[in-house]
Design a protein around this ligand. Structure first.
Ligand code: FES
Ligand SMILES: [Fe+2]
Length: 375
């Protein structure tokens, strides 16, 4: 594989073929850990959410003991969804709206109206493997992916100073992006586009610099410095005048970008985190769930998160417009993959992993690419 600077991007079919999308959906998304969002979204016993993992329904339930349980969102009678997609309800039982079968919060069938199932029929909800990491809930539909801590790797210690598990979601937005999910990932992995695409961001962050973290485990990321004139990632460069207390001197003046493939972006700034969670909907459609997380002390002090929300909402829309334009440009038949610039080294690493998975049949391996030495 050629190094960034000489390597070229993937062919158009990687972004336009329904066959490729089906492969990725099965191997990358349903074949390993994907993020379902913040665990505290379901706060009370009986809270239930219908979620989507690349088109597969997952039901998340907080049971009577306060434990989160995950199941296939499919009734054991004739398959109706138990909680509608993207909905959250609070009920003492899991209840199917079609013929009113009732399940306990632990997933066992309690009763079916006017029908006694055979005693040996196993009609409990089908469990889905799940795990939590620093406040986020993950599901593994395959049931046999490596343990989540192995997949997270040293991203855990990298993010530890921000104490993500103690942060509060103070704002969220959902975006429907008319682009293949990989274009959204690729866009996140390079700031080569920042000076031309993000005038507001470029006023507060040194977009021309930046360094990548050396990939050690499955995640990828890099960091850029705030400009001397800015104290926060906001439209005017001002923020709450507060910094995560455990950050070292460098991190206290940096914006750090982390991708946990395939679906979670964690952007860490000196005073807040922003996350993007991708849900692939179709070959050319991706839903992006964006959340803003602030430390509890800032929330308690009444800090208005508008400074961060306005800034990233502006940046998000610029990014999605670029991704959608690339999708259209790639889809018209006139696209020939061009060379990746040296500043797109992370993107290169990601594409090598994708291409390797295409060749081997997946999954999206964190294995380091074999890069030809520069001539
Ligand atoms: S499909 Fe759920 S009760 Fe019939
Ligand atoms: Fe961007």
């Amino acid at each position: 594989m050629r190094p960034a600077g000489r390597a070229r991007g993937l062919p158009a079919a990687a972004y336009t073929s329904d066959r490729v999308f089906a492969f990725e959906r099965d191997r990358f998304w349903r074949g390993g850990w994907t993020c379902l969002g913040r665990a505290d979204r379901l706060a009370e016993p009986g809270d239930q959410a219908g979620l989507d993992v690349a088109g597969a329904g997952v039901l998340v339930v907080r049971d009577a003991a306060g434990r989160l349980r995950t199941f296939r969102n499919t009734c054991r009678h004739r398959g109706h969804e138990l909680v509608a997609r993207d909905c959250v309800v609070r009920r003492p039982t899991v209840w199917c709206a079609y013929h009113a079968w009732v399940y306990r919060l632990d997933g066992t069938l309690r009763n079916a109206p006017r029908y006694d199932p055979p005693p040996d029929a196993d009609l409990d909800l089908l469990p889905v493997r799940s795990a939590q990491w620093r406040g986020w809930l993950f599901a593994d539909l395959s049931g046999d992916a490596p343990p989540l801590p192995d997949v997270v790797g040293d991203l855990d210690s990298v993010l530890a100073p921000y104490r993500p598990e103690e942060l509060r979601v103070v704002a969220s937005r959902s975006y429907d992006v008319a682009a293949n999910w990989k274009l959204v990932v690729e866009n996140y992995l390079e700031c080569y586009h920042c000076p031309s695409t993000h005038p507001q961001l470029s006023r507060v962050q040194r977009t021309e610099g930046g360094e990548s973290f050396t990939p050690t485990d499955g995640w990828l990321g890099g960091h850029l410095d705030l400009r001397n004139s800015a104290n926060a990632m906001s439209l005017d460069g001002t923020g709450p005048g507060w910094t995560f207390p455990r950050l070292d001197e460098d991190a206290a003046r940096q914006v750090r970008y982390h991708l946990l493939p395939p679906d979670l972006f964690v952007t860490a700034t000196p005073d807040h985190l922003v996350t993007h969670r991708l849900v692939p909907v179709a070959t050319d459609r991706t839903r992006v769930e964006c959340e803003w997380l602030l430390p509890a002390e800032l929330v308690a002090a009444g800090t208005d998160p508008g400074y961060a929300v306005d800034f990233w909402h502006t940046t998000n829309r610029q990014d999605w417009a670029a991704c959608e334009s690339v999708q259209r440009g790639i889809s018209g038949g006139g696209y020939r993959p061009g060379p990746l610039a040296p500043h797109e080294d992370l993107l290169h690493t990601f594409l090598v992993r994708v291409a390797t998975a295409y060749r081997t049949g997946g999954p999206l391996s964190p294995a380091r690419p074999t890069v030809e030495p520069a001539p």
